[in-house]
Design a protein around this ligand. Structure first.
Ligand code: SAM
Length: 289
């Protein structure tokens, strides 16, 4: 079962940079803070401060596995994955905006390999305003190697605030080279900082003909499900695949570090956006015409 396999792998031998936490309670406090930040973001507060290594570690431990599994579930069970690899060649370039620890990429490379698509000549470009290289190596690259036994041909990382006025220079170089662009769980953060629809329309304007962009995020945060439907109008693109899904997230495997940490801070509805139980995701895969 691919989902179980990935779920086991993302929790297996997770090396948290524990030296930055005094003890288990300190990790639990950081996850609790992250939940509260997300809960406030739902009411137009700012997103997490991922320039703080503790916040990145808490996300990598508590949110990254659920995101990776949810993406894979949607790729496999909603028909999205086949649309993502359709039109890609073995040497395609894939760009990820707001890559974080690389949950979408881990799921995508795993899905592609399940379908027999060669991923070892793909080039991957990760972009994020925070430097996630340590967490991405442990939570994505090493896991791809563990599950697939091979890695993409080239992996590049760029630290870039995508809504900074100077980002347009970067985007003008980066976006036209890409065959597929992921915007995974960044849209709602961009909306809380500035204007998500405006950002996506800028990216779409820079895309080369026939390239594709996947915008995927939590349906009920900052009205994303509704904005997702409007993306086609603002972007001069052709919709390839659109949908909504409620995806169950199982508890982390007993004995895993995530299980020990999360069992100490039980799920509560008032936490708003939670690291387990279920995700409500919406998405739009669009093709540049
Ligand atoms: C919720 S995380 C998603 C990480 C990963 N893609 C996933 O789905 O698990 C959102 C990411 O977007 C990044 N981000 C938010 N605003 C950004 C901006 N203005 N420029 C670049 N990255 C940004 C954050 O640093 C964070 O890593």
């Amino acid at each position: 079962m691919p989902l179980d396999r990935m779920w086991g792998a993302v929790h297996n031998n997770v090396v948290l940079n524990e030296s930055i936490f005094a003890d288990l309670i300190a990790i639990q406090n950081e996850v609790t803070n992250l939940r509260q930040t997300y809960s406030r973001m739902n009411r137009r507060g700012k997103g997490p401060n991922f320039s703080d290594a503790k916040v990145r570690e808490a996300y990598a431990l508590a949110y990254h596995p659920g995101h990776a599994r949810t993406y894979l579930d949607i790729y496999l069970n909603q028909g999205l994955g086949d649309c993502l690899i359709e039109g890609l060649s073995a040497e395609s370039s894939v760009g990820v905006l707001g890559a974080g620890a690389g949950a979408e990429s881990l799921a995508f490379l795993h899905f592609a390999a399940i379908r027999g698509f060669r991923t070892d000549e793909i080039s991957l470009g990760f972009v994020d305003q925070a430097d996630w290289s340590a967490q991405r190596k442990v939570c994505c690259i090493d896991k791809v190697q563990e599950v697939e036994g091979r890695l993409p041909y080239k992996v590049a990382s760029f630290v870039q605030d995508l809504i900074h006025p100077e980002a347009l220079n970067f985007l003008s170089q980066f976006i036209p080279k890409m065959d597929l662009i992921f915007c995974p769980a960044i849209y709602t953060e961009l909306d809380s900082q500035e204007n998500g629809l405006g950002f996506i329309s800028t990216v779409c304007r820079l895309m080369k003909a026939d390239s594709r962009i996947l915008v995927i995020d939590q349906s009920n945060v900052n009205d994303f499900a509704e904005k997702c439907r409007r993306l086609v109008d603002v972007s001069r693109t052709r919709p390839i695949h659109q949908g909504n899904a409620i995806v169950r997230v199982p508890d982390p495997p007993t004995g895993s570090l995530a299980s020990v940490v999360l069992d100490g801070i039980p799920y509560q509805l008032k936490n708003g956006r939670i690291p387990r139980r279920r995700y409500d995701f919406s998405w739009a895969l669009l093709q540049k015409v």
